[in-house]
Design a protein around this ligand. Sequence first.
Ligand code: CP
Ligand code: NVA
Length: 300
Amino acid sequence: MTIRHFLTLQDLTSEEFQQLIDRATELKTWQKEGRIFEPLKNKVLGMIFEKSSTRTRVSFEAGMIQFGGNAIFLSPQHSQVGRGEEIADTARVLSGMVDGIMIRTFEHENVEKFAEYSSIPVINGLTDTYHPCQLLADMQAYQEHRGSIKGRTVTYIGDGNNMCHSYINAAMLLDFNLNIASPRGYLPDADIIGKAGDRVKVFASAKEASEGVDLVVTDVWASMGQEEEAQERAKTFAPFQVNSELMALTNKEALFMHCLPAHRGEEVTAEVIDSEQSVVWDEAGNRLHAQKALLEFLMA
Ligand code: CP
Ligand code: NVA
C-alpha cells in the first residue's frame, strides 16, 4: 500500500477533503454520544514540536487516545532533533518505531524532507508556509454553521502567512472565492496565488475586500519566529484590524474565524471575536474531530 502524507491540502483531492469534513462531523457526534471507537488501537503517533502549541498538541494527543492509541511528544530541547541530527536519519529511525508522525517546524522543506525518508504517514502540524490541519477544522466549522462553502466568498485579512496560503489551497479544492487584504510587503506567495486562478483576489483595503462576504478570517500579525518584528508589524497592520465597522460591511449571515491564539485589540477587537458572529470556539474544538478523521484516513 502506498503511504499517504498530509503536508499541504493539495495532498488531498476535493472529494477526499469533503469526505474528511463529513467524517469529522460524524466522529464529533459519536464522541458526544460517548461511543467508543478505536480504529487505531495500539498505534502510536510521534509528534515533533519545534514551535509552541496548545491546540495542535492537545487535539492530536487526545485524538490518538480516544482512538485507542497513544501519542509521544518530542521537543527539540529534549531530543536529538535540537542537536542537529539529520532529518533524514530521524525520519528513518522513527519510521521503525511509531505508526505516524506529526511535525510542527519552521521551513516547509523540513517536512518534505522528513516525508521523503519516512515509511510512515507524515502530517504537517504547521510550517512557516502552511497550516493545513487548521483548514480541516475551519471548513468543518463553516459547513456545520452555514452548509457548503462552495461558491461562497471568504475574506482573509492580514499577513500573507501559513494560514493565508492554506486558505488559498482550500479555495481551490472546495471551490470558494477568496479575497485577500494584506499590507504591501506582506502579501502571500505569488506562486501559491498564481495556481488558484481568478477565484483569489488581492485587495489593498480590508474594507473593499469585505463587502458582502460570507466569512471573515484573520490571524496574528507576527507569527511564531517573527517575534522581533512584532512592533514594526503592529504599525503596518493597524489598518487591517477586524472590527465591528468592518464586519458591518459583510453579509449579515457572515461568520468570523481565527485559528487562535488571538490578540484582542490587535488583529481583531474583543467585540468581534466575542460576538455572536464568531465561531472560534467551535473552530478550535473541531481540531480534535477533523484530525481524528485525518488520522483514521492516513493510519487506520
Ligand atoms: N491554531 C493552532 O494551531 O494553535 P496552537 O498553536 O495552539 O496549536
Ligand atoms: N500564523 C500563526 C498561526 C498559529 C497557529 C503562526 O504561525 O504563528
